[in-house]
Ligand binder design. Structure first.
Ligand code: ATP
Ligand code: MG
Length: 159
């Protein structure tokens, strides 16, 4: 089927609003006016956005707003053709580069004070990676320790 990402992101953010508010975290949107359709499975893509935003609130939310963006570049490296790029950015402690290659392993959690005290299974990003791969997309992480983390998911617009 086809999934409309602008509305899907908005509905995920609305559902996570109480969680964010409890944590004192502002959820900011940088979304296009119109619809963005990608081939895919709506429940799975909802899971991707939810897991990334939950992480940003949980691990990065204390440092400032969580910002969720959506753009549709004409060309995305490695996807051959136009794509949708979803970004989830926080302003928390960030992720040391030594951990980045292992983040999507099942049960991998950075042994930081925050991860230990917050609970979780370490499956969220493994699921994200699996779903993104099934959609022939890409995921990457950019982080400057102390400046927050950005998770970038790119999905092809065409099958
Ligand atoms: P689950 O998602 O299964 O409840 P989890 O959040 O620990 O558990 P993942 O979502 O896979 O598991 O994340 C793995 C680890 O990566 C986390 O435990 C945390 O240490 C780190 N991490 C994830 N997102 C961020 C982020 N935005 N900032 C800093 N660290 C992060
Ligand atoms: Mg998680």
């Amino acid at each position: 089927g086809r999934v409309e990402l602008t509305g899907l992101i908005e509905s995920v953010l609305r559902r996570l609003e109480p969680v964010a508010r409890t944590g004192g975290v502002e959820l900011r949107r940088h979304l296009p006016e119109g619809e963005v359709l990608v081939p895919g499975d709506e429940d799975q893509l909802r899971q991707v956005i939810t897991n990334l935003v939950e992480n940003a609130i949980k691990y990065g939310g204390a440092g400032g707003p969580v910002e969720v963006g959506l753009v549709t570049p004409d060309e995305i490296a490695g996807l051959r053709g136009p794509g949708a790029r979803i970004t989830v950015r926080d302003h928390g402690p960030g992720i040391d580069r030594v951990h980045i290659p292992r983040l999507t392993e099942r049960f991998y959690r950075i042994d930081s004070h925050r991860s230990r005290e917050m609970g979780g299974t370490g499956l969220g990003l493994a699921i994200v990676k699996h779903i993104v791969n099934r959609h022939r997309g890409r995921m990457r992480v950019e982080s400057e320790p102390g400046q927050g983390a950005e998770f970038i998911v790119e999905l092809p617009l065409r099958t």
